[in-house]
Design a protein around this ligand. Structure first.
Ligand code: DQA
Length: 145
């Protein structure tokens, strides 16, 4: 099984941005954490990040056919990008939304996800482990044991 992971704007600033909310670990730490989890679970994982809405769409469109599932942390685009919603709706692999922080316990605008209806599930509030929950959810839903 293989999973495409796409991260949105400002996630490259992990460790720098609001460490009390997002933690002190860097974006590279996140990528290494995900890749090594994939290795232990025999799941092929590729991780991308972009600060641009169009680039996120290009990454998904040009790579999704090689993957069984998409995990996306659209960051702030979560709350208003109908273009990313349309992109996820237009691909025929399951998608799961993730967030590091507890988006339901912060500013009101973060409680709204326009991406959510295009996704099978949403995991949030567990830091890096939100991604692990998403990977495990995908694994459980597949026939691969
Ligand atoms: C985030 C939550 C978003 O509201 C925010 O804009 C982000 C990160 C998270 O992972 O907690 O940039 O997606």
């Amino acid at each position: 099984m293989n999973i495409l992971i796409v991260n949105g704007p400002n996630l490259n600033f992990l460790g720098i941005r609001e460490p009390d909310i997002y933690g002190k670990k860097s974006y590279n730490d996140l990528v290494n954490f995900l890749l090594s989890y994939g290795t232990t679970k025999m799941i092929e994982i590729e991780v991308y990040q972009s600060n641009s809405e169009g680039e996120i769409i290009d990454i998904i469109q040009s790579n999704y056919t090689r993957f069984d599932a998409l995990i996306i942390n659209p960051a702030a685009f979560t709350h208003y990008s109908y273009a990313i919603y349309d992109c996820i709706k237009s691909i025929n692999i399951p998608a799961v939304e993730v967030h590091l922080s507890n988006v339901m316990d912060r500013e009101d605008f973060r409680k709204i996800s326009v991406i959510e209806p295009a996704c099978l599930a949403k995991f949030y509030g567990k830091g890096f482990n939100s991604y692990i929950e998403a990977i495990e959810f995908i694994k459980e839903g597949s026939n691969i044991k």
